[in-house]
Write a protein that binds this ligand. Sequence first.
Ligand SMILES: Cc1cc2nc3c(=O)[nH]c(=O)nc-3n(C[C@H](O)[C@H](O)[C@H](O)COP(=O)(O)OP(=O)(O)OC[C@H]3O[C@@H](n4cnc5c(N)ncnc54)[C@H](O)[C@@H]3O)c2cc1C
Length: 245
Amino acid sequence: MPTRPFIPPQQFRAKLRRVTELTPSTKHFEWEVVDGSALKFYAGQFLSLEVPRDGSQEARPYSIASAPRDGKSFDLCLNRVESGYVSNYLCDLSANAVVDMHGPHGSFVVSPPVEQDLVFVATGTGIAPIRGMLGEIFNAPGKLSHDVWLIFGVRHPETILYRQEFENWAAQSAGFHFLPTLSRPPAGWQGKTGYVQEHLREIFAGRKDFKAYICGLKAMVDEVRFTLKEEFGLDRKQIRFEKYD
Ligand SMILES: Cc1cc2nc3c(=O)[nH]c(=O)nc-3n(C[C@H](O)[C@H](O)[C@H](O)COP(=O)(O)OP(=O)(O)OC[C@H]3O[C@@H](n4cnc5c(N)ncnc54)[C@H](O)[C@@H]3O)c2cc1C
């Protein structure tokens, strides 16, 4: 896939149009740029959100959880981190709140059209940029010409974020394989369980002709990268990742 031209980051303000609770600790935010500028970004990039703290600004990065759509609106998905300042500040906001932001940043992006098999691996809110990337892939004209897997690790079935959307994409496209993977499966769960590495082995045994996109907390990202490099022999360029801590 070709690399995409650099988009210069900009300072802007966005208004919270809608906030939806996905789980007791995770929220989906729909924002709109309100200071007149248009926001250009690639799916998978992140923004720096700046919130007031003791007379100054405290900034944290958050991945854009949507594909580009109208140059104005975009989504974020974040969870409350225990004792965390910015995540709790943002999760306490109501519709119409305005927040200063800077971006886009980062090179965790895909470039449609898909030219080889892809696997996306996420845990928790690491799904945010991947929801955007998959949206970009599925919004692109034409039929998917390669297989795309999403291995999404969470604890319980109720915390499979955006489950309905991923199931819809899987129903519409035979090439898209959605594999929610539970670390604490309830009795009767028919899907995947355990570590995402095991599922990589099942899907790609003996292959190195695919590309991987990994997002989540550092330990998972490092372990999956290690497996892909050392066991599968993937080249550095075939593994893209974003770490959240
Ligand atoms: C590129 C990038 C993109 C990110 N995108 C997202 C996103 O889309 N959604 C999202 O929810 N988060 C995302 N994060 C994480 C986010 O930037 C913050 O780190 C997180 O919200 C905690 O900030 P805080 O101010 O609430 O906590 P802080 O006040 O900074 O930290 C409080 C305590 O929590 C620990 N901690 C920090 N982050 C985490 C974490 N994620 N899980 C568990 N413990 C933690 C810290 O070590 C510290 O001990 C992203 C991080 C990066 C680097």
